[in-house]
Design a binder for this molecule. Sequence first.
Ligand SMILES: Cc1cc2nc3c(=O)[nH]c(=O)nc-3n(C[C@H](O)[C@H](O)[C@H](O)COP(=O)(O)OP(=O)(O)OC[C@H]3O[C@@H](n4cnc5c(N)ncnc54)[C@H](O)[C@@H]3O)c2cc1C
Length: 464
Amino acid sequence: MSTRDNVPADLVSELQTQFGDRCLLPSEARYSEAIAIWNGAIERYPAAVVQCENTADVVAALAAVTEYDIPFSVKAGGHMTTGHAIVEDGVVFDLTPIQDVDVDPDSKTVTVGGGATWDLVNAAALDHGLIPPGIPDAVGVAGFTLGGGMGVTGRMNGLACDNLRSAEVITAAGDVVTASENENEELFWAIRGGSGNVGIVTAFEFDCVEASRECLVANVLYPFDGATEYLNYFNKVAPDLPDETFPTAAVMTVPPIPDLPESLHGQPAVAGYVMGVGSGDDLKEALESFADFGDPHVAAVYPTDYTELYDPFEIPSGHRHHWESFYIDELHEAFIETLLAETFPTPTPQSNVAIYGLGGAINDVSRDATAYPHRDAQFAVHIQGHWLDEADDESCISWTRHLHETLREFGTGGEYVNNQTDTDEARVRAAFGENYDRLAEVKSKWDPEDRFRSTQHVELEFDR
Ligand SMILES: Cc1cc2nc3c(=O)[nH]c(=O)nc-3n(C[C@H](O)[C@H](O)[C@H](O)COP(=O)(O)OP(=O)(O)OC[C@H]3O[C@@H](n4cnc5c(N)ncnc54)[C@H](O)[C@@H]3O)c2cc1C
């Protein structure tokens, strides 16, 4: 008997035969755990989840759904707010058991399974004095890298996708191929920013940065009446900070955390958080000089371990989110004025607008060198609606959409594929920009039947 309307019973039986108790059906307790993703606002119910332990499992699962022409999705970390990791009424290929991490200290590379998360990769690489091109968080390596990947070492050494040496990819035809600068070059181009459109990646080989895990942070918080001045300052200073830094700012409501005086809790404010890889005197001086501005509530420069850099932003899985993003060349006055006027009141204390300072090695790569096209913008702006109660869905989603529509007018027209939640055609075109047509061409060659659909989907060349 079929468990969902779309999926024939014969396919379910075939998957059960192949995967045994690693084929999870809605009637089973482990199914709920397997379909749970980071964004708790997404509820989708696949007919089955197959837990893939290796490349052969993924090939077998793909062959089975292809035979029956049934929709499927690929789940790695399950962090993308769109929820594309989970397909409704189809089959989910859960890659999370493919988590092996292999560090090669001689070549300064790390090879990572397609279902791994960055915390596991960091744990293995940091012991060898290497920092992988990701983030100190349990976010999935696969989705992060396939969409570009703005990591802590981004300005120093490029996006995660820029540091990809090679990948093992399962194509729509079920072939297992290597993609690199020398093999299947167009496929390699497409997996570096084209998200899940062209294949399933079961292994990534990355270059790492040789650096100590000792880091420095500059952390500042300004009252709302100093926000314009601070954002003007951030606009001017962030691009010139050393490439070892990753500068961020946030327009936010002060959270009720014990480290901050109670009188600030719930107040509108602007924060700066600049992460620096290393602990040398020059870096320390640059961060101290950055933090020495205006009249802040808080201004501190302190050492921390690489793995703790993201601790202030840790959010448990299962909260509800609607994120949108865009790129902007400059935080000019009209933008700052509109940003501050429209953000407050935030619909919940957790909702905020985060600004990442880009540049450095990210922008040294040409716009057509990889599928990720946004190589000129100095800043990425992420509007992050975040709430806990389903009753707040409408107000939080409306806030995010309104802010995005209003503010992106100031932007380059581009959006970050990894921080989108709405994914209609206009959004997908904004994400892939001028590389959309080439991505469609590559997809038409490697996925001519358009099997890879549970992603920010690019229309095949001949369908357009
Ligand atoms: C707490 C948090 C912090 C973040 N911080 C940053 C940050 O600092 N910088 C940044 O750039 N981004 C950041 N992001 C965004 C992040 O890059 C995306 O959420 C990314 O998609 C996560 O990857 P994942 O593997 O967990 O995604 P999933 O949700 O598992 O998958 C995302 C997409 O990729 C496809 N996919 C997954 N695995 C594969 C595979 N092996 N082969 C082919 N397709 C696959 C899926 O089908 C889906 O379409 C953050 C997200 C969160 C939740």
